[in-house]
Design a binder for this molecule. Structure first.
Ligand code: HEM
Length: 415
C-alpha cells in the first residue's frame, strides 16, 4: 500500500496547500503506519495516522524520545540544538523536573490572572473591530492576543511588547514562501538576548512570572543555566503564539462558513467550553509532532526499528471515525471530544488551559458584540509542513448594539 504515500511529500510545505482529506482517509484505512520514503536528500520516516496509534506513541517515552527533535524539520535535519535544555525536547528525569518548575508559574492563581487579561484584551479588540465594521482578523485581533498572554506569563514590561511582537513575527512567521532565513535567525538571536537581559533583572528582583520561577529553579541541587532559562522563555513563544493565533483565526473563518452552528452559539444552546473544543479539533493548527524510536518496537502491529523517525499526524487523528462520530461535520456541541490538538502523555501541552481560554473568550466576545460576520475578501494561507491556517482573514461584522452598549457601560463604570 506504500504507493499511496509515494504521491504525497509530507516534508514539503507546498503539499499542504492541497486538500488532503482523501489521502488521510485512505491512509488510516489501508496503511495506518506508513513508511514515507527518503526524498530530496531527506531521510525516510514513519507516518502514523490513526488516533489510537498516535496516543500509544505519545504515551511511550521509553521506546520513543523527543531529544532528537519533535518536528519534521529538526528530525530530518538530525536533531534539535536545544535538546536536553528546552522542555519540549528534553526527556526523562530532567524533563519531569523542568516541567515541575515551569508548572509553578502555571498555578491556578497565576493562570486566573492571565486569563482575566485575555478576557479584557479580547473584548476590547473585538468590540473595537466590530464598531469599525471591518478588519483583518488575523492582523488586527489574533496577532495581539497570544503574544499578550505570553508576555503576561513572562512578565514582559508593556513598553517592550510591540518590539517583541515584531521580532517574533520576523523569527517565526511562516506565511511567506521566501521568508528570509538570515533575517529570521537574527530576530531569533535578538529575542534570546532580550530574554537574557530579563533573566538578569529578575534574578536581582524576582516576581511571580515564568522568568523569575526559572531563575529561582533548581534541578538536583543545581540552578538552571542561563541558556536553559532563556530557551524555555523562548519556548513559550514558539509553543503558544502561532498555534493559538491560528486556532482563533480558524474559529472565525469556520463559524462564518457554518451559520447554523454560529446561531446555536449565539443563542446559548451550546456551552463556550464545549464549542472551544470543537474549534480546536476542527482547526488542528499543529498538524504533526514526532519522535525518534530508541529500541526496536511495534506501532499498530508494524515493526519500527531503533533510530527510525516517527511522525504523528494530528490532522488525521482528529478526523478518525473510530473516535469521532461523523468526523467531517463541524458540531459545536460535540461530546465527548477526545481531540489530540494539544498532544498527549508526558509532553502534553503546558499551555492547553490558556489555549482553551483564548478560544473561548474569543467566542464569548464574538457572540456578545456581533450578530453575524462574513469573510470579506481574499484570505492568505501560511506556508508550512508543521502549522496550518491563515495569516490574513478580512472580516465584515454586523454589530450587536445591545452587547456593545452594555460593554461601554461597564467599562465606563470601571474608569
Ligand atoms: C507542548 C499544541 C498553546 C506551551 C505542546 C504539544 C502540542 C501543543 C501538540 C506537544 C508536543 C510534543 O508532544 O512534542 C498546542 C496548541 C496550542 C498550544 C495547538 C494552542 C491552541 C500553548 C500555549 C503555550 C504552550 C498558549 C504557552 C503559554 C507549550 C509547551 C510545550 C507544549 C511549553 C512543551 C511541553 C512539554 O514538553 O512538556 N503544545 N499548544 N502551548 N506547549 Fe502547546
Amino acid at each position: 500500500m506504500t504507493e499511496l504515500i509515494h504521491d504525497v511529500d509530507l516534508a514539503d510545505p507546498q503539499t499542504f496547500h492541497s486538500d488532503l482529506t482523501d489521502f488521510w482517509e485512505r491512509l488510516r484505512e489501508n496503511d495506518p503506519v506508513a513508511w514515507h520514503p527518503p526524498r530530496g536528500g531527506n531521510p525516510g520516516f514513519w507516518v502514523v495516522s490513526r488516533h489510537a496509534d498516535i496516543m500509544a506513541v505519545y504515551r511511550d517515552n521509553v521506546n520513543f524520545t523527543s531529544e532528537r527533535g519533535n518536528l519534521l524539520v529538526t528530525l530530518l535535519a538530525g536533531g534539535d540544538s536545544a535538546a536536553g535544555q528546552m522542555l519540549a525536547v528534553t526527556d526523562g528525569h530532567r524533563h519531569r523536573e523542568l516541567r515541575k518548575i515551569m508548572l509553578t508559574a502555571f498555578s491556578p492563581r497565576a493562570l486566573e490572572r492571565v486569563a482575566e487579561r485575555v478576557r479584557e484584551n479580547t473584548r476590547r479588540l473585538v468590540a473595537e473591530a466590530v464598531e469599525r465594521g471591518t478588519c483583518d482578523f488575523a492582523e488586527d485581533i489574533a496577532s495581539h492576543i497570544p503574544m499578550g498572554t505570553i508576555a503576561d506569563l513572562l512578565g514582559v514590561p508593556a513598553s517592550d511588547r510591540e518590539f517583541l511582537l515584531s521580532l517574533t513575527k520576523a523569527a517565526l512567521s511562516s506565511d511567506a514562501e521566501d521568508a528570509g532565513e538570515v533575517d529570521a535567525l537574527m530576530a531569533r538571536n535578538e529575542i534570546l538576548l532580550y530574554f537574557g537581559e530579563l533573566v538578569e533583572q529578575r534574578r536581582a528582583a524576582p516576581g511571580d512570572d515564568v522568568i523569575s520561577v526559572l531563575a529561582g529553579g533548581e534541578i538536583d541541587g543545581k540552578s538552571l543555566t542561563e541558556d536553559e532559562m532563556v530557551l524555555n522563555c523562548y519556548s513559550l513563544i514558539i509553543g503558544g503564539d502561532e498555534t493559538s493565533r491560528l486556532s482563533m483565526i480558524d474559529a472565525v473563518r469556520t463559524l462564518a462558513d457554518h451559520p447554523a452552528q454560529w446561531q446555536l452559539l449565539r443563542d446559548g444552546d451550546v456551552g463556550l467550553g464545549t464549542a472551544a473544543e470543537e474549534i480546536l479539533r476542527w482547526a488542528t493548527p499543529a498538524m504533526h509532532f514526532g519522535r525518534t524510536c530508541l529500541t526496536d518496537t511495534e506501532v499498530g502491529g508494524v515493526r519500527i526499528a531503533a533510530g527510525d523517525i516517527v511522525t504523528l499526524w494530528h490532522s488525521s487523528g482528529n478526523r478518525d471515525a473510530s473516535v469521532f462520530d461523523d468526523p467531517y461535520t463541524f458540531t459545536l456541541g460535540r461530546t465527548p471530544n477526545k481531540h489530540i490538538t494539544f498532544g498527549y502523555g508526558p509532553h502534553f501541552c503546558l499551555g492547553a488551559y490558556l489555549g482553551r481560554v483564548e478560544v473561548s473568550e474569543l467566542l464569548s466576545a464574538l457572540r456578545t458584540f456581533s450578530r453575524a460576520f462574513e469573510v470579506a475578501g481574499p484570505t492568505r494561507r501560511i506556508h508550512s509542513n508543521f502549522l496550518t491556517g491563515f495569516s490574513s482573514l478580512p472580516v465584515r461584522f454586523e454589530p450587536d448594539p445591545a452587547g456593545l452598549a452594555q460593554y461601554h457601560e461597564t467599562r465606563g463604570a470601571k474608569v
